[in-house]
Design a protein around this ligand. Structure first.
Ligand code: FES
Length: 136
């Protein structure tokens, strides 16, 4: 992910109308960079240590802090791979906790009943925006 060019870095993404009016948000990238039914990870915000990830379900995108509520480890088993083989649940690679994509609730594993930290994301012109401090 480091050094990776996302849609936010491209000139058209920075054109007028795609900038965050409040400058309190940051752009993760385009919705279409996430395969429908799939997931994508994002590097930490500048100065931060914890990245984010998103799961896409059609036009809906669910964004979470990439830290398992069990012991805080990143969840993905490979870059951008946060879902189980069936693509139905988020799975933590460390100890196998499983989470519902739509609300981050842990349905099995060592942190059952806990939840991922959800990030309030909004989509504008096909781009995903999150609070600047998400994950910090
Ligand atoms: S760190 Fe995720 S299940 Fe242990």
């Amino acid at each position: 992910m480091e050094g990776e060019v996302t849609a936010c870095d491209r000139p058209e993404a920075n054109a007028k109308g795609r900038e965050s009016p409040a400058q309190s948000e940051r752009c993760l990238g385009a919705v279409e960079e996430i395969p429908d039914g799939g997931s994508r990870g994002y590097a930490p915000s500048p100065g931060g240590f914890t990245g984010l990830f998103a799961v896409r379900r059609g036009a809906q995108v669910f964004v979470y802090v990439n830290a398992c509520p069990h012991v805080g480890l990143p969840l993905e088993i490979q870059p951008h791979r946060f879902l189980d083989r069936a693509g139905e649940l988020i799975v933590c690679a460390a100890h196998g906790a499983r989470f519902r994509p739509e609300d981050g609730h842990c349905v099995s594993g060592p942190c059952t009943g806990d939840a991922l930290e959800a990030v309030a994301a909004r989509i504008a012109d096909g781009m995903i925006w999150v609070p600047q401090k998400a994950g910090l």
